[in-house]
Design a protein around this ligand. Structure first.
Ligand code: DC
Length: 222
């Protein structure tokens, strides 16, 4: 197996995690969903207060108590926060609504970036997120940046949520995606941006298989 590091960045709802999972399977690598880590910290923060609001100072002070793990099971990759399986809990709209705020805090980003770098220290990692090609693995072997129109991304996210039984209207999903795009791209600390050497793929009118094939071709040909 080729021991590679692949960074997949891009906007919410472009299918980054679907592609990252397939590439990890193809190359026998570990898949790391860095967005799930920001979601886990958000969820942890919401659990710390009685009304579910986030006390940023308390959350920053509590970072050393947070441990995040991933486990590949027959039900797909599961996310654990201090040994609690939070895979479904972190996809709820109350987490969606606050995760960009949490991801804009410098102390939280540096806490998670250190863990992510460590996860790639023995190589063989496919990681998706917003700053993987720019900050976490600037030396990644391959970098991709996925884009698509907000409407198409909202439609896809909406269908995914429906399948998971999460009740949200298409308008709510579009509003959340647009708000997160704005917040993720304009935040002061390491905003979402394409690494200079990343291959940009507009997936708007491509099937999942087409995108996968473009990625594989780029990896194999180089
Ligand atoms: O990929 P996702 O939608 O699960 O990510 C959740 C949020 O976390 C998203 O709004 C942006 C943030 N994020 C980030 O800032 N940096 C990353 N590497 C991954 C996610």
């Amino acid at each position: 197996m080729k021991k590679i590091i692949v960074a997949i960045d891009g906007y919410a709802g472009t299918g980054k995690s679907t592609q990252a999972k397939s590439l990890a399977k193809y190359f026998g690598c570990v898949y790391v969903d860095s967005g799930a880590m920001y979601r886990a910290v958000t969820y942890f923060g919401q659990q710390q207060t009685t009304d579910g609001s986030i006390d940023i100072k308390l959350l920053i002070d509590s970072l050393p108590q947070i441990s995040i793990d991933f486990e590949l099971t027959k039900n797909g990759q599961q996310t654990f926060l201090n040994d609690e399986n939070i895979t479904d809990l972190i996809r709820q709209s109350k987490v969606n609504d606050k995760v960009s705020d949490v991801a804009s805090i410098h102390e939280i980003r540096s806490f998670l970036v250190d863990i992510q770098k460590e996860m790639g220290s023995s190589k063989g990692v496919i990681m998706d997120g917003r700053d993987i090609g720019t900050i976490v693995f600037p030396e990644a072997d391959y970098k991709f940046f996925l884009t698509a129109s907000p409407k198409i991304r909202a439609q896809r996210r909406y269908e995914e949520q429906q399948k998971k039984g999460i009740i949200e209207t298409l308008e709510e999903v579009l509003a959340n995606i647009t708000a997160r795009d704005h917040q993720d791209s304009t935040r002061i600390v390491t905003p979402l941006k394409k690494a200079k050497d990343a291959i940009e793929i507009d997936v708007s009118y491509m099937s999942i298989d087409d995108v996968f094939n473009v990625m594989i071709e780029n990896i194999i040909e180089s």
